[in-house]
Design a protein around this ligand. Structure first.
Ligand SMILES: *[C@@H]1O[C@H](CO)[C@@H](O)[C@H](O)[C@H]1NC(C)=O
Length: 422
């Protein structure tokens, strides 16, 4: 076990350093799960606190603590996501007090799958690249395709690309080549990467005798296919003694903030005497954990808004529950020729929202052969997977050409799926 964990840690570090996605981490109950990215930030893909096989974390445990292999905690993903997403590293105590106990008497473990998102130039931010004469300019986008904003082959200052050059090759700082932009645009726009030889043969010579350089400003545009729809925020106010109806049409609830109390005088004030509305500093600090425990991971839930459920943070004040939540979908990446199974808990059933078998960025599922990663290829398989998986409890995803239409020949593809359990 110790050996397995050590080698696993090493694996995590190696994978993260190379920006590889989907790191799987297992930590036994009572241990601390440490997620980290050598580069980039954590993006949790899936998580479960429970037990789904009898061998993991079994050393020295009696059989009766290992026999329940259908033990899942649906809120696991939101617990891990809340603590880790967007961070470089995070630690989570793997215990019932953090996740709640989905199967009393079973010795559990936490399984987490996460990826390290590299910092990448997205649309909106531009990158400047300087390449000296006779070198090669290599322009690339980690995600999306190149959009050249400006370019000049020439010299507009005395310092850039000046090392070891005589003064007379640097003195002309008004050297511009008006066709530079169209040369670079023609070769690079719309591609994920391109190389340009920086010399007079390619650009012409705008100032004979001057040592020149190419300066290119560009940004990376994400593929035109919209990413899987992301959750929107719902704000819900429910007055004391009513019932708060949280629900998601697609996906499952993830509570972001909650307060049972009163923080202004107008909300839920109709017909109430002033003395029940005047305390606007009324907060019940446990509100969020009550909501998370009862609602996270469910497609809908109802909460009775009263002192019996939340306790009374301010006797005599007429209170309300102020909760904000989003509806989250799960997503999964399966690299070409690999397979994974998606499963829903209890009576919930799969609902596929989005599927692509191709390549939507240059980072996911790296390949040793760089040509396999050289371009973006959008190939929607949403309908295919809806037909295969919708309404089922679990669905096996095998990312192979035999299973889908290969619209991206020579590209090392991956299957990207967003779904919910409704
Ligand atoms: C509801 O909660 C949000 C988030 O904490 C807060 O910004 C907002 O002021 C609250 N609104 C009311 C009316 O209590």
């Amino acid at each position: 076990m110790l050996h397995r964990e050590l080698s696993f840690l090493t694996l995590v570090l190696i994978l993260c350093q190379h920006g590889v996605k989907a790191v799987d981490l297992i930590s036994c109950e009572g241990e601390t799960a440490s997620l980290s990215c050598a580069r980039g930030t954590i993006n949790v893909l899936s998580a479960n606190y429970g037990r789904t096989d009898s061998s993991t974390c079994s050393t020295g445990r009696p059989a009766n603590q290992l026999s329940n292999v259908q033990c899942t905690q649906s809120t696991s993903l939101s617990v891990v996501t809340t603590r880790c997403n967007g961070k470089q590293s995070c630690s989570i105590a793997v215990r019932n007090s953090v996740f709640n106990d989905p199967c009393v008497g079973t010795y559990k473990f936490l399984y987490v799958s996460y990826e390290c998102n590299l910092p990448i130039p997205l649309s909106g931010t531009s990158t400047n690249l300087v390449t000296c004469e006779s070198e090669t300019a290599r322009i690339s986008c980690a995600r999306g395709t190149i959009n050249v904003l400006s370019a000049n082959y020439g010299r507009t200052d005395g310092t850039t690309c000046s090392t070891g050059r005589p003064a007379n090759q640097l003195s002309n700082v008004q050297c511009t080549q008006s066709t530079s932009l169209s040369v670079v645009t023609t070769q690079c726009d719309g591609k994920p990467a391109c190389s340009i030889s920086v010399n007079n043969a390619v650009f012409g010579d705008p100032c004979v005798g001057t040592y020149k350089y190419l300066i290119v400003s560009y940004k990376c545009i994400l593929p035109s296919t919209p990413p899987p729809p992301s959750a929107s925020l719902t704000n819900l106010f429910t007055c004391e003694s009513e019932t708060a109806p949280l629900s998601c049409a697609k996906g499952t609830i993830k509570v972001l903030s909650a307060n049972y109390g009163r923080t202004d005088q107008t909300t839920c004030s109709t017909g109430k005497p002033a003395n029940q509305l005047s305390n606007v500093l009324c907060r019940q600090s446990t509100s969020l954990s009550v909501l998370i425990t009862q609602c996270d991971g469910k497609p809908d839930c109802s909460i009775s808004v009263n002192n019996a459920v939340f306790g009374d943070p301010c006797v005599g004040t007429y209170k309300y529950l102020n909760v904000s939540y989003t509806c989250i979908q799960k997503s999964i990446i399966v690299c070409q020729d690999k397979s994974r199974t998606i499963t829903c808990d209890g009576r919930r059933r799969l609902n596929i929202h989005f599927a692509n078998f191709g390549r939507r960025d240059m980072v996911t599922c790296p390949n040793t052969d760089p040509t396999g990663m050289s371009s973006i290829c959008i190939s929607s398989e949403t309908r295919t997977l809806q037909l295969r998986c919708d309404g089922k409890k679990s669905c096996h995803l095998y990312a192979s050409d035999s299973n889908f239409i290969d619209r991206c020949p020579r590209i090392f593809k991956y299957l990207e799926v967003s779904y919910s359990c409704d």
